[in-house]
Design a protein around this ligand. Structure first.
Ligand code: NAP
Length: 262
């Protein structure tokens, strides 16, 4: 059985299963990016996060091909830079060409358009791309709850996902609930850049499970059913960051880590 089937997933509209653990690729470009994605697939990640802006879609696509894995066993996210307003279709077509695939699994608006008047037209272009099967699901990134509500009110279609900065120190229970209430899966980014890995709570919990504080941070996301996409170009870290499915946190440990966001 393929390893991804054992990993926890979030269910997106259209019966799309999104692995809760993904691999971040920002600042992993060129041959280093190719090597990192290949190492990640070898380590068991089945979800890769890229973006037009990262300039590495060609390397991501090549690593996926070289891995020998089936396309349908890998979840690929890419993102539209909102300055491409009016050129959405040509942008996703360029992403698909670079990734060497006929569809992605998730296409996100990378951040809200600078002109609020563009918000709804851009969102409608994403929905059109989904309806034409260029992507299986569509969502947003760096959106506030109010900005999500605006899209839902105008189109009656909720973004499947909102990808935002998230970590124990940014934990915001209310914001998580707001996403759940709207059927929007919360996807966190920069889990380590926004964490103090020498924090005493994280080191205590890590010692109790014989894992690292970094692994505790990732497991905390999974136990909250929040998607997490750690990035690394270091083979040992790539492997360690995926090795988080043999332990889980107790309710008390979760509460203690949540409190870091206070
Ligand atoms: N939507 C957005 O606007 C947005 C913004 C930022 C990021 N993202 C996405 O989220 C992904 C993750 O965020 P990120 O790249 O900003 O930051 P991150 O994953 O929090 O941190 C990456 C940094 O942590 C290091 N690292 C990795 N594993 C580690 C470990 N086990 N222990 C200690 N350090 C470790 C990496 O070093 P090495 O690489 O040298 O190993 C790298 O310097 C990005 O790659 C991108 O896909 C999206």
């Amino acid at each position: 059985m393929d390893q991804h089937l054992n990993q926890p997933t979030a269910l997106l509209p259209g019966d799309v299963r999104m692995p809760l653990l993904g691999f971040g690729t920002w600042q992993a470009s060129g041959e280093a990016g190719y090597d990192a994605v290949l190492a990640a697939l070898d380590a068991g990640y089945r979800h890769i996060d890229t973006a037009t802006m990262y300039g590495n879609e060609e390397e991501v696509g090549r690593a996926i091909k070289e891995s020998g894995l089936r396309r349908e066993d890998i979840f690929i996210t890419t993102k539209l830079p909102p300055d491409r307003v009016g050129r959405e279709r040509e942008t996703i077509e360029a992403s698909l060409r670079a990734l060497d695939t006929d569809h992605v699994d998730l296409w996100l608006i990378h951040w809200p358009p600078s002109s609020p008047a563009d918000s709804i037209p851009v969102w409608r272009e994403l929905l059109a791309a989904r309806d034409e099967n260029l992507t299986r699901a569509v969502g947003v990134s760096n959106y506030s709850t109010a900005q999500i509500d605006e899209l839902i009110q105008a189109t009656e279609e909720n973004p499947a996902v909102n990808q935002i900065r998230w970590s124990p120190s940014l934990y915001d229970r209310q914001r998580h609930v707001e996403h759940r209430d709207r059927g929007v899966v919360l996807e966190g980014y920069s889990p380590f850049k926004t964490s103090d890995l020498s924090d005493p709570v994280l080191t205590r919990v890590a010692a109790a499970h014989d894992v690292s504080p970094a692994q505790v941070v990732l497991r905390w996301h999974i136990d909250h059913e929040i998607v997490v996409i750690p990035k690394s170009v270091t083979p040992e870290r790539i492997r360690a960051n995926a090795d988080i499915f043999d332990f889980s946190l107790t309710a008390e440990e979760m509460r203690d880590i949540d409190a870091l966001g206070g």
